[in-house]
Design a protein. Structure first.
Length: 180
C-alpha cells in the first residue's frame, strides 16, 4: 500500500510550465500510453467517496515495457490535497484478470485512454495528462507530493495560482462537465 498526496492543476499554459520544469532541472521520467479501466458493479456498488477500483495498462517510452496494475484507490479526507491509499498489484494477463472480476460480480468497465508525460522535481512528481476526448476534454497536470507542506513552495516557484488547483478526482471533474 502506498499513500498518495496529489492535486490537479487545470486551465494553465502547460507547455510553458513543462519548459520551466525542464529548465529548472526536472528529471524526465518518460511518456506513457495508458488504458485505464474503471471497474464497478451494479450489485457491489463502490461509492466514489470510498474510492475506486481500476486496471491500468501502461506502455512506458523509456523502458518500452507494458505494465498491468490492478488498484483500489481508497480515499482519505483532506482539504489541502487529495489523499489516497493505493492498494496495487501487478499482473501479466489482462484477459484473465477481467474474467476473474466478471466471475465475482463486477460488470461495469469504463475505458479511458491517456498520454502521460512525467517529471520528477524536488520531492514531487509532475504528470502532464491528456485524455481521449470522450474521457476528459482538456489536459491537466497532477502534482504528486511526498509532503503536502511542499505544495505552497512549488506553487510559488512555478507561479501557479491556487484558483487553478483542485483536489477533485477525474470522475468528479467529468461529473462537473456533465460527462457522468
Amino acid at each position: 500500500m502506498e499513500r498518495e498526496l496529489e492535486v490537479k492543476v487545470l486551465g494553465i499554459d502547460f507547455d510553458a510550465l513543462e519548459e520551466k520544469l525542464k529548465s529548472s532541472g526536472a528529471k524526465f521520467l518518460g511518456r506513457e500510453e495508458q488504458e485505464n479501466i474503471r471497474i464497478n458493479s451494479e450489485k457491489l456498488k463502490i461509492k466514489n467517496e470510498k474510492g475506486y477500483f481500476r486496471i491500468r495498462k501502461s506502455l512506458n517510452s523509456i523502458t518500452n515495457k507494458t505494465i498491468y496494475q490492478l488498484t483500489f484507490k481508497e480515499q482519505v479526507k483532506d482539504l489541502k490535497v487529495r489523499q489516497s491509499l493505493e492498494h496495487t498489484i501487478q499482473f501479466d494477463n489482462l484477459e484473465e484478470m477481467m474474467s476473474i472480476l466478471k466471475l465475482i460480480g463486477f460488470n461495469i468497465f469504463n475505458r479511458g485512454y491517456k498520454i502521460r508525460k512525467s517529471y520528477s522535481y524536488k520531492n514531487a512528481r509532475f504528470d502532464f495528462d491528456t485524455w481521449d476526448k470522450n474521457s476528459y476534454p482538456s489536459p491537466y497536470l497532477e502534482i504528486e507530493l511526498k509532503d503536502k507542506n511542499d505544495l505552497e513552495d512549488l506553487l510559488k516557484e512555478f507561479k501557479i495560482d491556487k484558483k487553478n488547483i483542485t483536489t477533485k478526482s477525474i470522475a468528479e471533474l467529468r461529473k462537473d462537465l456533465g460527462l457522468e
